[in-house]
Write a protein that binds this ligand. Structure first.
Ligand code: GDP
Ligand code: MG
Length: 601
């Protein structure tokens, strides 16, 4: 295809502002999808995506379009639409998708206005030098206020309110005009056709039948079906088994040239060998310089995953192995817990990522799991100057700690004016420091904070929503680390630490944490034949204490007389019950007690 006819663009929006629905209308209008095969959110291919109505993996579709109206009517173009995930956990994927485009359609719900992820995505698009077409969606809604939000958008990106297009992804109104404008306003890709090939990987997906399918945008040169390709970050070379475009399913083609977007199949079995952000070149005539921006995905949040039924451990390991094929950001290693048995310590990009993996393990692999409270990664400097990285609170060193560093994020909260006080109170309570505050319009405010990541992953979003009646929105991005006064709180049962409840918390919050867990366990753990103290401690210093009083649990005493079968039955029953007991030192704890204490904390 002549690069002059190509337009590569993405749609960026806050979640639920209608990106996938608009993409559906585009697929229909360009006749890429047969009307009989059309289903809602066509591009959201994973079950969880369809059910939750969110897009997790990016997808790219090639659509032919002929300008319908105006002076340039009849001009033919090839549009490559790259659908991006909208959620904060996947910012890196969004930014790679954006780097594959020249233009972005900035979609805003005309009944909601600009939200936190609208801003975050807009900034990413501007960083990638994309041309922006502002579009108000859902104009069919009675509550839509296109005039008001066109002002807001114009104020935000410059330009006039009239430049803002108005569409309804639901009814299709305005979508043909938007496609015309995409061809008119976005610039075609530029690249050197004769240079050694360079293509950027913006997505990489594992398919059980075909192995890894890699989505690329060619910047320079050409990749052809017979080429042997090379990954520039590792130098690994692979035979090309297939190359083609997606329209909307995979269609083979002889090759991909400058500006084209398509897929490659090489037979590798693991997305780690074909990583998002990496540059592909031709082995026989390699480019010397990779395209910029490659980053290794780095887990930000860790949690222990344990099968509720210990015999599911091998099944859990197999399931993680399978998920990893498709997820370069997921990490895990075996871990044992005195309380929970055998499991894995898993690393995730963020909370949504954690939730999605947990849900897939339960749903697609039929596993019943318990997960420990999520924690972030700490960098600990010891008195002797050595340094350790802690991904599991129970590994936090007991003494001789000089300094502790925790990851922080730069958070943006958008809220109606009325809730500014409530949002500030929440952020301050979470050790946030205010960076700045701007009015987007007379009644909507943008607040920028630096916050410890650990404070965000613990119930921050729910709190934000409940304190603002659901009106505030949140986005955040990693922003380095800070030194903090952090301590490890251990929970001891009859003098034995229970690893699953160790937590790294700020000094000022240690007491509350200790009291909370100790009193929960006191209610959940049944009485034993001896008195059991539950203590919360920092090192050897006890900061909170509860006691489970002793009981003489003589079941046989209940059987008056000599009914021997009844006695036997009771003994059997007691034995059954013991199977699901975990021993912590001398204390018998039903596994359910651990699960209940973890799930409500
Ligand atoms: P995404 O998260 O940005 O991909 O948003 P979706 O396309 O999944 O849409 C979110 C919700 O808004 C869904 O319930 C859609 O049916 C609804 N929606 C999307 N576009 C429109 C529209 O133009 N009008 C109306 N009334 N609803 C829409
Ligand atoms: Mg979507």
């Amino acid at each position: 295809t002549d690069p002059a006819r190509i337009r590569n663009f993405c749609i960026i929006a806050h979640i639920d502002h209608g990106k996938s629905t608009l993409a559906d209308r585009m697929l229909q209008l360009t006749e890429v999808v047969d009307p009989r095969q059309m289903r809602a959110q066509y591009l959201d291919r994973m079950d969880i995506e369809r059910e939750r109505g969110i897009t997790i993996k990016s997808q790219a579709v090639r659509m032919p379009w002929t300008i319908r109206a105006g002076e340039r009517a009849g001009e033919q173009a090839v549009l490559n639409m790259i659908d991006t995930p909208g959620h904060v956990d996947f910012t890196y994927e969004v930014s790679r998708s954006l780097a594959a485009c020249e233009g972005a359609v900035l979609l805003v719900d005309a009944a909601q206005g600009i939200e936190a992820q609208t801003l975050a995505n807009l900034y990413l698009a501007l960083e990638n030098d994309l041309h922006i077409i502002p579009v108000l969606n859902k104009i069919d809604l009675p509550a839509a206020q296109p005039e008001k939000y066109a002002e807001e958008l114009a104020h935000l990106i410059g330009g006039q309110p009239e430049d803002c297009l108005r569409v309804s992804g639901k009814t299709g109104e305005g979508v043909a005009h938007l496609l015309d404008e995409i061809v008119r306003q976005f610039t075609p890709p530029v690249g050197e056709a004769d240079a050694p090939a360079r293509a950027m990987i913006f997505d990489s997906v594992y398919d059980i039948y075909r192995g890894v399918v890699t989505y690329v945008r060619v910047i320079d040169g050409k990749i052809e079906a017979r080429d042997r390709i090379k990954m520039m970050s590792t130098g690994a070379a692979h035979e090309l088994l297939e190359i083609g475009v997606i329209s909307p399913e995979m269609v083979k083609s002889p090759g991909l040239g400058v500006g084209e977007v398509g897929y490659l199949i090489t037979g590798v079995k693991d997305v780690r060998q074909s990583r998002v952000g990496d540059t592909i070149t031709i082995n026989g005539r390699p480019a010397t310089e990779a395209l910029g921006g490659y980053k290794d995905p780095k887990p930000m949040v860790y949690s222990g995953l344990y099968p509720i039924d210990g015999s599911d451990y091998p099944a859990l390991r197999d399931a993680l192995d399978k998920l990893k094929l498709n997820d370069a950001a997921l990490t895990y290693e075996p871990e044992t817990s005195a309380a929970l048995g055998f499991g894995f310590r898993c690393g995730f990009l963020g909370l949504l990522h954690l939730e999605i993996i947990g849900e897939r393990l339960e749903r697609e692999f039929g596993l019943d799991l318990i997960s420990t409270a999520p924690n972030v990664v700490y960098r600990v400097i010891m008195d002797d100057g050595s340094e350790i990285t802690v991904t599991n609170p129970s590994e936090f060193p007991a003494g001789k700690v000089a300094e502790v560093y925790e990851p922080v994020v730069r958070a943006t909260v958008l809220t109606p004016n009325d809730y500014v006080g409530a949002v500030m109170e929440l952020c301050q309570g979470r050790r946030g420091s205010l960076l700045g505050m701007d009015y987007l319009s007379t009644d909507r405010v943008e607040l920028r904070y630096t916050l410890p990541l650990a404070e965000i992953i613990f119930d921050f979003f729910d709190q934000l929503k409940s304190r603002t009646k659901g009106y505030a929105s949140l986005d955040y991005e990693p922003s380095g680390e800070q030194k903090a006064d952090l301590v490890k709180v251990d929970i001891l049962l009859h003098g034995e630490p229970v690893d699953a409840f160790s937590a790294i918390v700020h000094k000022d919050k240690a007491y509350n944490y200790g009291v909370n867990i100790a009193s929960k366990l006191q209610k959940l753990i049944p009485r034993q034949q001896f008195e059991v103290p539950i203590q919360a401690a920092i090192g050897s210093r006890v900061i909170a204490r509860e006691t489970i009083r002793a009981i003489r649990k003589d079941v046989l005493a209940k059987c008056y007389g000599g009914d021997i079968t009844r006695k036997r039955k009771l003994l059997e029953k007691q034995k059954e019950g013991k199977k699901r007991m975990k021993m912590v030192g001398r204390v018998e704890v039903p596994q359910e007690a651990f699960i209940a204490a973890l799930s409500t904390s």
